[in-house]
Design a protein around this ligand. Structure first.
Ligand code: 1GP
Length: 253
């Protein structure tokens, strides 16, 4: 088995040192078969995608198998984007340790982290603590329902920026604004702009980025890492264009 582990520099350092904005492709194991996964990974390599994120709200397929296939085909770093405690694999390069700070459900703020911490320590995974914030996007998303938390209203950039700032003050390393997978409305530019103005840690934005225009808007508003999932499941040929667009923007931490 060919197994490529990323070890040149830590993923977080790579994020902090990148001169350009970065593109992450979200792979939901339940939405891929063997053939589509191979195609997605090859197109991501060709398009010079920066990261894969792997995870989903439900799990019929093994996250382990999917990560193994990605690692056999590609050198692109793989980060787990855990939908639950079941989604941890030491085959990955790192994990976004999400604290769902837009909500008030203690399990997703700290409870699950306590359960997972001893395993994570042994796993050798790079742990990237992440201030995870759900932003309302028109209809109930899977993550909102599954986490039993309310998203931040999309017309309340002041609440969003205060929440992100609190996350940074608590020592978290990234802020992730998520409208939810397949969201009809992505995170509004005005809200991204307000959050970006307030924090000095890198800002990830995802959910409903289904076109070049929505990705461009999020870049212009201040997102540093753009996450695209659903759009590339439907049309993986777009990956190269998404990557070229995102890499055309400079970061400003
Ligand atoms: C969801 O931000 C990710 O958590 C990606 O969303 O599937 O809508 O691209 P999409």
């Amino acid at each position: 088995m060919i197994y490529r582990k990323v070890n040149m520099q830590s993923i977080y350092n790579k994020i902090r040192q990148s001169k350009t904005k970065q593109l992450a492709i979200l792979i939901d194991p339940d939405k891929q078969n063997n053939e589509s996964l191979h195609e997605l990974v090859h197109l991501s390599e060709a398009g010079k995608v920066d990261f894969f994120m792997v995870g989903g709200s439900l799990l019929h397929e093994s996250i382990e198998n999917v990560i193994q296939i990605i690692k056999e085909l590609s050198n692109i770093p793989v980060l787990i984007f855990p939908g639950s405690l079941m989604q941890i694999s030491s085959q990955s390069d790192g994990i976004l340790l999400l604290s769902l700070i837009s909500g008030r459900n203690p399990d997703f703020l700290i409870g699950n982290h306590v359960v997972a911490a001893p395993f994570l320590k042994k796993s050798g995974l790079e742990i990237i603590s992440t201030a995870y914030m759900l932003i309302e996007s028109g209809q109930t998303t899977s993550v909102e329902y599954m986490s039993n938390t309310k998203p931040i209203p999309s017309n309340k950039p002041d609440i969003a920026s205060s929440t992100a700032l609190a996350g940074e003050m608590l020592g978290l390393s990234l802020v992730y604004l998520d409208a939810g997978s397949g969201a009809q409305q992505s995170v509004p530019s005005i809200l991204i702009r307000e959050v970006k103005k307030t924090i000095s840690i890198p800002l990830i934005v995802g959910g409903g980025l289904h076109s070049l225009d929505t990705v461009r808007d999020a870049c212009e508003a201040g997102a540093d890492i753009l996450v695209v999932g659903t759009a590339t499941e439907h049309n993986p040929d777009q990956i190269k264009q998404f990557a070229e667009l995102v890499h055309g923007f400079f970061t400003n931490y």
